[in-house]
Write a protein that binds this ligand. Structure first.
Ligand SMILES: C[S@@+](CC[C@H](N)C(=O)[O-])C[C@H]1O[C@@H](n2cnc3c(N)ncnc32)[C@H](O)[C@@H]1O
Length: 285
């Protein structure tokens, strides 16, 4: 379990903060708050040295990103072992979009190594695509994968903190990324995406969903374990995924997510594909 000491820089003037030797400072956006400090504080003319620290769990989003980064070049093989029908799911994201739909501006949230991006770029050869991810490693892989393409922009960011102009995208897409957000943040993201989409814009995403009842959810997990083993995942790999899931995943049910999407304003909301936990939802403005 990764507890870190947190430095509240905003609460003390910089000259009063002496970073300790062992202080950890990381550069990734989700981790920018981690660190340790010695603080000099003046109480009635007497300086006291305080070790000001707060133990907290690393931001679960950062943990999620690190888990996938650690897979490194094995990511694409691991995802196919541990996400049954991964390729079919990406196919469904692209293939159920409205027949007349030709998005010119696409935003992808949590692009990873660019598998969905590649499918979208192939389906819409005239579109421009902005790829967003927390991970600089994954964005570097995408830059290499799509080297030379002038249609792609890359942005290292937490997509919860994106502020895009109203109606600036025709399609917002995502694959297995939104489930890392707590439920109220999912609902808030759907509201923001609604505003970013043009008049006939579409949000489409695949993700891991809970079941509508604990019993159905447990069935999903049991069948998933059997499928992962059939696809070649070892017991150790499965346990790693389960640890990642416990630390970082916030699965929500399909009925809940559909109602948050309707509340955000989407006129047509449907599930276009599902296998066990993995679900594709399409929301049209
Ligand atoms: C399971 S991977 C999926 C990658 C890719 N979309 C795919 O289908 O293979 C989840 C990705 O979402 C990114 N991610 C998760 N939460 C994020 C957030 N709030 N902002 C930006 N990226 C995020 C992670 O860094 C990781 O690259």
């Amino acid at each position: 379990m990764s507890g870190k000491l947190q430095l509240k820089l905003s609460q003390v003037p910089p000259e009063q903060v002496l970073p300790t030797q062992g202080g950890n400072v990381h550069n990734s956006p989700g981790d920018a708050r981690a660190g340790t400090a010695i603080i000099l504080r003046c109480y009635g003319g007497v300086f006291l040295i305080e070790l000001w620290a707060e133990i907290l769990a690393l931001d679960s989003l950062t943990q999620a990103t690190r888990f996938f980064e650690r897979l490194g070049s094995d990511y694409d093989q691991a995802i196919r072992r541990c996400v049954p029908r991964y390729a079919e799911m990406l196919w469904a994201i692209v293939s159920y979009l409205p027949g007349h739909f030709r998005p010119a501006r696409i935003l992808e949230l949590g692009c990873g190594t660019g598998n969905l991006s590649a499918a979208l770029l192939a389906a819409f050869p005239d579109a421009e695509c902005t790829l967003v991810d927390l991970s600089s490693d994954f964005l570097a892989q995408c830059r290499q994968r799509f080297a030379g393409s002038k249609r792609i922009a890359y942005q290292q960011a937490d997509f919860r903190e994106l502020n895009c102009n109203p109606a600036s995208y025709d399609l917002v897409a995502s694959s297995i990324a939104i489930h890392h957000l707590p439920d109220p943040e999912k609902a808030r993201l759907f509201q923001k995406v609604y505003a970013w989409l043009s008049g006939d814009g579409v949000l489409v995403y695949s993700d891991q969903f809970a079941g509508a009842t604990p019993g159905l959810y447990q069935r999903h997990l049991d069948y998933w374990q059997a499928e992962a083993a059939r696809l070649g995942a070892s017991q150790e790999e499965w346990e790693q995924w389960m640890r990642h899931q416990e630390e970082s995943d916030r699965h929500a049910s399909l009925p809940d997510q559909m109602s948050w999407l309707r509340d955000a304003g989407f006129a047509s909301v449907d599930c276009t594909w599902r296998f066990l936990l993995w679900t594709v939802v399409q929301a049209e403005k």
